[in-house]
Design a protein around this ligand. Sequence first.
Ligand SMILES: Nc1ncnc2c1ncn2[C@@H]1O[C@H](COP(=O)(O)OP(=O)(O)OP(=O)(O)O)[C@@H](O)[C@H]1O
Ligand SMILES: [Mg+2]
Length: 292
Amino acid sequence: MALNKPLSHFIDIDLVHKTVEEEFQLQDAKVLGEGMSGAVFLVKNPVGKTDFAALKVFRGKRESDSSSSSNSDHSQERAEKLFRTEVNVMRQCQHPNLMPMLNSVRMADSLCILMPYMSEGSLNRIIHRLTTHQAIGYFFQIADALNYLHKKKIIHGDIKPNNVLINSVNQAVLSDFGLSKCVPNQSVKLFIDYGTKGFRAPETFEDERVCPFKVDIYALGVTFWAMILKKKPGPSVNYLHHVNRASLIPCLKQVFESLLNKDPSKRISVSLGSDESKKESIKIKKERGQPS
Ligand SMILES: Nc1ncnc2c1ncn2[C@@H]1O[C@H](COP(=O)(O)OP(=O)(O)OP(=O)(O)O)[C@@H](O)[C@H]1O
Ligand SMILES: [Mg+2]
């Protein structure tokens, strides 16, 4: 089978002339999740050491589509763009808390990314039963992954619990780079009018250019807020109001105030390698009576 060839052979070329259904027997495959790109299936792993892998299928126009309507052309273009963006980011990154790519394949009817299967599913699935201790642990892992991306001048663009997956050794893995952007420098400003409701920073509604790094930080803050407060984020929720009413250790309140500050210039940056955030992490651990 074509997929037994070396990985490098597959990078972004027309290679598998079968349909994705034929190649991966998708009719019997479990759907792990669905979203704006298409669907993610649990498949037999054709390339790796593990038995299973997750296959993200970007649906554009199918070969069987006889019409060449502008709608299907448009959806094909969109699928191609999401696929290329995601492949481009995954190729550049190697971090234990970022989703790696096993392979990227162009098939007769679709574009696919093969990834390791994250057996515990998305963070959203377990968010309601996380202890504060677990939530803080995952938060630091996601922040570390985001720090890595930001240092490489990559914006994630859609941080939320659905885009954080938990692997079999209980690590949080940030995934879904379809809305990511590689930017030329750290001081770039962009128009951002996309993202998931409730996770979008307030300045993105102002119709002005904004710092995209700070937009990611706000989404990280909302994700952490949902993990700690066990409430559902939404566009009309006043996050800091809930933080102030909750009985949280003072240090956690400070973390929320700096992640979710409405003024992006007062919002912190993630740089867990920096002395400032190391001190912050030690302070949280001390307040919780843990060794630093
Ligand atoms: N590697 C994986 N292992 C297990 N489940 C996965 C994996 N990748 C994705 N999923 C599941 O599929 C869902 C959708 O995946 P993903 O976020 O990559 O697609 P999307 O189409 O961009 O989604 P959305 O538009 O909702 O952001 C995830 O929330 C998760 O539940
Ligand atoms: Mg997603």
